[in-house]
Write a protein that binds this ligand. Structure first.
Ligand code: F6P
Length: 327
């Protein structure tokens, strides 16, 4: 094999995202195609520390392409943040003959991967799987499209009640530090306001918008709030707004973890399949310490360091468009 790679380990870590299974399938099948063995590592980095390994073949990943979650399971391992934990993990890789690693996850996953690679020199490639879509070096992360469609579906339903009862709804969506889900779903559902960590709309501005749209005959509205918003979550913002403006009956809905589950969309399945193959082929071509991404419909590789230190940020023009349309 080129670079002497005979066995590639694959794991998922951090928050699960719809499409991770499609990525695992692609990694395993690309390994088989290129005559390399593939070792599944269960429970993320914690499983690497505890030796939770299992050889995978093309049949082990049958019928998972369209399933949410991750068959390899996931965790946020505190032990892997210690030198001792990482040493144990490396010993287990050696014991199982794993000589390269593919990690599927988000920022925390890649931070761990980057440190691990520096300490032990084992080649690592990351695949971006995060509904938050906040990784630099790819147009989209696996899971973002599905999660956003889940939000759109939920908000369309909430809209029915909002309209029937002339209510103002504050809907909180995921995104610890990132407003991608909020921005896209807000445009797609015609939200009157979208509150993002990257660009906060002030309460006064929101009250002003509510007032002027009510004057033009609007009887119900939806405000989308990203969970990482600096003015607090949806409950807090709703409280502040209603203290200043109480014309509407108000309700709050926090969508929570339902956004992380469900069958991946066509877009996420294809994205994950492409990234899985590109990760295996990247390793075989001698790439390491990089994240695979798709930029302008082309596979590309960005250093892990860059992908974790520079964030992907929402398009400000989309925010402007959302404001134009919310009158
Ligand atoms: O990073 C993905 C994410 O879903 C964030 O949007 C959210 O803040 C966080 O994970 C929730 O994590 P947990 O599942 O550990 O509660």
């Amino acid at each position: 094999m080129p670079n002497g790679i005979k066995r590639i380990g694959v794991l998922t870590s951090g928050g699960d995202a719809p499409g991770m299974n499609a990525a695992i399938r692609a990694v395993v099948r690309a390994c088989v195609y290129h005559n390399v063995e593939c070792e599944g590592i269960f429970q993320g980095y914690q499983g690497m520390i505890e030796g939770d390994f299992k050889r995978l073949n093309e049949r082990s990943v049958a019928k998972i392409l369209g399933r949410g979650g991750t068959i390899l399971k996931s965790s946020r391992s505190k032990e892997f943040m210690t030198e001792e934990g990482r040493k144990k993990a490396f010993e287990n890789l050696k014991k199982n003959g794993v000589d390269a690693l593919i990690t599927i996850g988000g920022n925390g996953t890649f931070t761990g991967a980057h440190i691990f690679q520096k300490e032990f020199g084992i080649p690592v490639i990351g695949i971006p799987g995060s509904i938050d879509n906040d990784l630099y070096g790819t147009d989209h992360c696996i899971g973002f499209d599905t999660a956003t469609n889940t939000v759109v579906d939920a908000v369309d339903k909430i809209r029915d009640t909002a309209t029937s009862h002339n209510r103002l709804f504050f809907v909180e969506v995921m995104g610890r530090h990132s407003g991608f889900i909020a921005l896209k779903s807000g445009i797609a559902t015609g939200a009157i306001a979208i509150i993002l960590p990257e660009d906060e709309m002030s309460v006064d501005e929101l009250v002003e918008t509510l007032r002027s749209t009510e004057e033009s005959g609007k009887t119900s509205s939806i405000v989308i709030v990203a969970e990482g918003s600096k003015s607090g979550g949806a409950y807090e913002i709703a409280k502040t707004v209603t203290e200043k403006y109480s014309e509407y009956e108000t309700r709050v809905s926090v969508l929570g973890h339902l956004q992380r589950g469900g069958n991946p969309s066509c877009y996420d399945r294809v994205l994950a399949s492409r990234m899985g193959v590109a990760a295996v082929e990247g390793l075989l071509q001698g790439r390491k310490d990089v994240m695979v991404g798709i930029i302008n419909d082309r596979e590309s590789y960005t250093s892990l360091e860059e992908s974790i230190t520079r964030a992907n940020v929402p398009n400000r023009d989309e925010l402007r468009i959302a404001r134009i349309l919310s009158i």
